[in-house]
Design a protein around this ligand. Structure first.
Ligand SMILES: [Zn+2]
Length: 253
C-alpha cells in the first residue's frame, strides 16, 4: 500500500472549487452581518449585529468601531479596574480614541504617546524619554509585537511608579509554549506569512507571561470567557494582561 493516495481533483475542478469556496465565505459573512446574533457593545451601548473584519465574523461594533480587545478592556474597567485608574497618571501608547474616551475622565493625568506625530507625547517605547517612576498606569494594545519587547518592557517598568500597572494585549496563541520569533524573517512577505502582519516581529506564545515576569512584573490574566464572549462579541480566550510592578517596601502599612 506504499504511496496509496485518494484520487485528487483535476486542475479545472480545483479552480472551480476555489472560486466556489471563496464566494460561499463572502456570502456567509454577509449573511451573518445581516441576520446574525445581536451583541451588546459595552463601550457605546449599541445593541445589534456586529460586522466582520476580513475573515472574522461579528467582531467590529458598527456604532463605535470597537474591536473585541477594546470591549474586553472596558469589561475589566467595569469589573474593578476603574478603581486602579481613578486619580492616577496614565500613559497610553498607540492610543485608541474609543478607549481614551473612557480612561481619560478617570485619570488625574492622561497622555497619549507614540513614535508617530499627532499625540500628546512623542515617545519611543524602547527608550522612553520620561523620568523614573513618573507614571502609575501604562496601556499598550497590540504594540509590543512591533518592537524590541525586552527593551520596551524594561523601560515601562522603569517609568512606572512602585505598584504601577501595565495593561497590555498582544497577538498570542495559548497552545504555543514558546513565542514564534525568527530573526531571519525580515521581509514583509515572511512576516505576513508567519506573523500575519508585515510590521510584526513575532507571534507570542503563552511564554509572554514569562517575558513580563522577567521584566519585573507580577502578572494577572483577565480573559474573555462565556457568557461575556457571546454577549459582547469578544475573542474567545483573549487575555488582557494586568502586569503590576512591585509596591515599594513598607507601602500600604
Ligand atoms: Zn460600540
Amino acid at each position: 500500500m506504499d504511496g496509496a493516495q485518494p484520487r485528487g481533483r483535476s486542475q479545472a475542478e480545483i479552480d472551480e472549487k476555489l472560486d466556489l469556496r471563496a464566494r460561499l465565505a463572502v456570502e456567509h459573512l454577509a449573511r451573518l452581518a445581516a441576520e446574525g446574533p445581536e451583541r451588546d457593545c459595552c463601550l457605546c451601548g449599541y445593541r445589534g449585529r456586529f460586522s466582520p473584519v476580513r475573515t472574522k465574523p461579528g467582531i467590529w461594533c458598527p456604532s463605535c468601531d470597537s474591536r473585541p480587545r477594546h470591549r474586553l478592556f472596558k469589561l475589566w474597567l467595569d469589573r474593578g479596574g476603574a478603581a486602579e485608574i481613578e486619580g492616577r497618571r496614565v500613559l497610553h501608547f498607540a492610543s485608541e480614541p474609543i478607549l481614551t474616551a473612557v480612561v481619560q475622565p478617570l485619570a488625574a493625568r492622561y497622555a497619549t504617546a507614540d513614535i508617530l506625530p499627532g499625540h500628546d507625547l512623542h515617545l519611543d517605547m524602547e527608550a522612553i524619554d520620561q523620568p523614573d517612576a513618573s507614571w502609575d498606569v501604562a496601556i499598550a494594545n497590540h504594540v509590543l509585537e512591533h518592537l524590541d519587547d525586552r527593551k520596551a518592557l524594561a523601560e515601562l517598568h522603569r517609568v512606572l511608579a512602585p505598584g504601577g500597572l501595565f495593561l497590555v494585549t498582544v497577538p498570542l496563541v495559548e497552545g504555543w509554549a514558546e513565542t514564534l520569533e525568527n530573526p531571519a524573517w525580515t521581509s514583509p512577505e515572511d512576516r505576513r506569512a508567519y506573523y500575519t502582519d508585515p510590521l510584526h516581529l513575532r507571534f507570542y506564545g503563552r511564554d509572554f507571561r514569562d517575558r513580563l515576569a522577567q521584566a519585573g512584573f507580577a502578572v494577572e490574566d483577565f480573559t474573555a470567557v462565556e457568557p461575556d464572549v457571546f454577549r459582547f462579541g469578544l475573542q474567545r480566550g483573549e487575555t488582557l494582561f494586568v502586569a503590576r510592578k512591585a509596591a515599594a517596601p513598607g507601602a500600604g502599612r
